[in-house]
Design a protein around this ligand. Structure first.
Ligand code: UDP
Length: 431
């Protein structure tokens, strides 16, 4: 490699986002924060002069092999297995096909076309590892979630992540040139649970779109969503799966109404998001739970929302609850705060970083409905406190921005290129 080029920002990055495309709308299935992360940072990288090519698995015969996400950002839809019907857990069997597709794309370009590979989630990391070796460029990897961390704090009824994932993650951690962690906690997890070299881990917090998510008129937002002006609205936004703890909010609301029945006419719960994973906590299961708990009359279920409708959801809410069992960051918590809405979140993972306890919301230890009901009650009965937390929330969210995330990622690429050493192929090593 030409050493005079090393300190420069890369001209072009190959981003691997195998299991979910940044062109998909988040909030259901496998599309969530990672899609937002990849799309937001890619756009901004291109604006800063680094082209981005995102490799993802084609999931429809309708989509073209190559699509433009934004100027300077290309999405390559690689055929690897049937378009439909594959679950995330089926994808390890398609890694070879996906890898072959990615290598074929690169082989049609001039030599040295990509300067860096950035893989998202362990499935992409496996292919990124191959590309690193073949193309002679550094691999930067972001895990987004880690199986060992998830398995250590499983929601009731959630299935542990399989050992194939654990082993796959360990391999990627060992072979990546740099690992991007969302928080210091995740960086520690990579070191203690996955034996990452601390020198290889960069902490790069994700961001929030501060131009889109802004405070606004609550009354207008409620009109838009058909919510009463004088109700107290508690909201959940996210993919409906056990990990996100949607049941925790429902159970704590039932507890709250059991203690203070006079709240029933004013309390409203808004559950926004689509089914995800193969757990039992699909929206229909949550509807049944609301019935069983005797609170169906105060709960409204909504499919995923996007654009201005999602902004209206945050603005219309008095509180947004994020009761996840594990969250490597939790973009919903940042987006709600950016809209001036306080967040009540479980004190886990990145949520403890995203929410400032007592300043922009509250952090709750554990998931016991009684504890959550205590905290919700203290806020439901105290509009002054909610207002104070809501007023401080946008500044708390503004500590994070996609622009800063993007600049830190570019810096990480530069460092990865500086320290990159090609590993000898096995034959050369033993020769
Ligand atoms: N989201 C959305 N519409 C919905 C629900 C969620 O656009 O109805 C988006 C949300 O705005 C956020 C992302 O999906 O940007 C979820 O990210 P988060 O980090 O909170 O959770 P993840 O899905 O990554 O587990």
């Amino acid at each position: 490699m030409n050493s005079s080029r090393l300190p420069m920002r890369p001209r072009r990055v190959a981003v691997f986002s195998l299991h979910t495309s940044p062109l998909e709308q988040p909030g259901t299935g496998d599309a969530g924060g990672m899609n937002v992360y990849v799309a937001q940072t890619a756009r901004r990288m291109a604006q800063l002069g680094t082209e981005v090519e995102i490799f993802t698995r084609a999931t429809s015969s309708e989509i073209p092999p190559v699509a433009e996400l934004a100027p300077g950002v290309t999405v390559r839809n690689i055929v690897a297995g049937p378009f439909e019907g594959l679950d995330k857990n089926d994808l390890p069997a398609q890694l070879c096909a996906f890898g072959a597709g990615a290598l074929r794309v690169e082989a049609r370009q001039e030599p040295g076309y990509y300067d860096v590979v950035h893989s998202h989630y362990w499935l992409s990391g496996q292919v990124g590892w191959l590309a690193r070796e073949r193309w002679g460029v550094p691999l930067v990897h972001t895990a987004h979630t880690l199986a060992k961390v998830k398995n250590a704090a499983l929601a009731e009824g959630d299935k542990p992540e399989p050992s194939v994932r654990v082993v796959g993650e360990e391999q990627v951690v060992a072979d990546a040139d740099r690992l991007v962690a969302n928080t210091e906690t995740e960086a520690r997890e990579l070191v203690t649970r996955y034996e990452a070299d601390p020198a290889d881990v960069a902490v790069v917090p994700p961001g929030v779109d501060l131009e889109r998510f802004t405070p606004g008129d609550r009354g207008a937002a409620r009109d838009r969503l058909g919510l009463e002006a004088d109700s107290v609205v508690l909201t959940f936004v996210g993919r409906v799966q056990p990990l996100k703890g949607p049941d925790v909010l429902l159970r704590s609301v039932a507890e709250l109404l059991g203690r203070r029945p006079e709240l029933r006419p004013v309390l409203r719960v808004l559950m926004v998001g689509g089914p995800s994973g193969n757990g039992t906590e699909r929206p229909e299961a949550m509807e049944r739970l609301a019935e069983t708990l005797g609170i169906a009359d105060v709960v409204r279920f909504s499919p995923p929302q996007w654009g201005e409708d999602l902004v209206a959801v945050y603005r219309a809410s008095d509180l947004v609850a994020v009761p996840s069992y594990n969250e490597s960051f939790g973009l919903v918590a940042l987006e709600a705060q950016a809209c001036g809405t306080p967040v009540v979140a479980a004190a886990v993972g990145g949520l403890s970083v995203a929410v400032s306890d007592g300043v922009s919301g509250r952090l709750v230890e554990g998931h016991a409905p009684a504890d959550w009901a205590d905290v919700l009650s203290s806020l439901v009965w105290n509009p002054g406190l909610r207002e104070r937390l809501g007023a401080a929330a946008p500044d708390n969210a503004a500590r994070f921005s996609w622009q800063r995330t993007t600049e830190s990622l570019l810096e990480t690429y530069v460092r990865a290129r500086k320290s990159f050493r090609e590993r000898p192929w096995l034959g050369e090593a033993t020769a």
